[in-house]
Design a protein around this ligand. Structure first.
Ligand code: CP
Length: 308
């Protein structure tokens, strides 16, 4: 493949290849000296039309740990602000010799469009409400690392499903790998197409959490709510906020995930976010490992260099 645009297109074998490749990458992150020469001579640009802390920084670090050259470009500080199109921006970067463009964009389908316009590899770092494949891959890495495999696992995705590219990528990826995916949230935040993607839809949190092995708590995306949040934040927190009492329904060793950034006290209680079952901080580390793996696989780095 030239690009990573979404998990909808990936086969289970391709997902396993990324996760398997990320295992030795995570070991590199744990070392005192993290740099390997694997991608020396390659270059990556992060092209972000929306804000980011985790995705952008972890791509930058992933590339640097593998010795690739990196440049960060924001829409607000580039010629995009003067009206330059996505296509022309991509072609300009390609003309400078860029091998990989990591794109975050508010429009669903933007990554696929850019991938058709330029010869460089395009990695989707989140496009509108469509997909955020690297987030789902790092979530899946955390689940596989702790639970061993996906087959038969019950995973609940809780909250603002309507606006969530993270939910969509997780549903495509997890169902492909044999997990049962349940989505739950207020009816106003549950789009009709979700059931056709293979997830079970719930509107009662307690029913959705019954016996699950993983709870992936989504951020309420207040910036994308067209007419304000309905129900209100207070009601949302009471009905769908994840706290210790709610977790009594899950399997005793259920993992708690959150893609971040968190609205602590709204969708997740601090006791849960920082509790013993939470893998939220580890997800961030996994994000670097998975992105190292993807850069390696998409640019054809030297395998032997991984074990250096
Ligand atoms: N999870 C995630 O995409 O976080 P950022 O918006 O900080 O990149």
């Amino acid at each position: 493949r030239k690009d990573l645009l979404g998990l909808r297109q990936l086969t289970p074998e391709e997902i396993n290849l990324v996760l398997d490749t990320a295992v030795p990458m995570k070991e590199i992150i744990g070392r005192k000296i993290k740099k390997t020469p694997t991608l020396r001579g390659r270059s990556m640009v992060t092209l972000f039309y929306e804000n980011s802390t985790r995705t952008r920084t972890s791509f930058d670090l992933a590339a640097k740990f593998l010795s690739a050259d990196t440049v960060g470009l924001s829409a607000s500080s580039s010629s995009v602000a003067k009206g330059e199109s996505l296509r022309d921006t991509g072609l300009t970067l390609t003309a400078m010799g860029v091998d990989v463009v990591v794109l975050r964009h508010p429009a669903s389908g933007a990554a696929e469009y850019l991938a058709r316009c330029i010869p460089a590899a395009v990695i989707n770092a989140g496009d509108g409400t469509h997909e955020h494949p690297t987030q789902a891959l790092l979530d899946m890495f955390a689940i596989r690392e702790k639970k061993g495999s996906f087959a038969g696992l019950k995973v609940a995705i809780v909250g603002d499903i309507l606006h969530s590219r993270v939910a969509r990528s997780n549903i495509w990826g997890l169902t492909k790998m044999g997990a049962e995916v349940r989505v739950v949230g207020p009816a106003t935040l549950l789009p009709a197409e979700i059931e056709q993607m293979g997830a079970r839809v719930y509107t009662e949190l307690d029913a959705a959490l019954e016996g699950v092995d993983v709870v992936n708590v989504l951020r309420i995306q207040l910036e994308r709510q067209q007419q304000g949040l309905f129900p209100s934040i207070r009601e949302y927190s009471r009905l769908f906020g994840i706290n210790q009492r709610r977790l009594e329904r899950t399997a005793p060793d259920a993992l708690i995930l959150h893609p971040g950034p968190m609205n602590r006290g709204v969708e997740i209680d601090p006791q849960v976010a920082y509790g013993s079952r939470s893998v939220i901080t580890e997800q961030v580390t996994n994000g670097v490992a998975v992105r190292m793996a993807l850069l390696y696989l998409l640019t054809g780095g030297e395998h032997s260099a991984i074990s250096n």
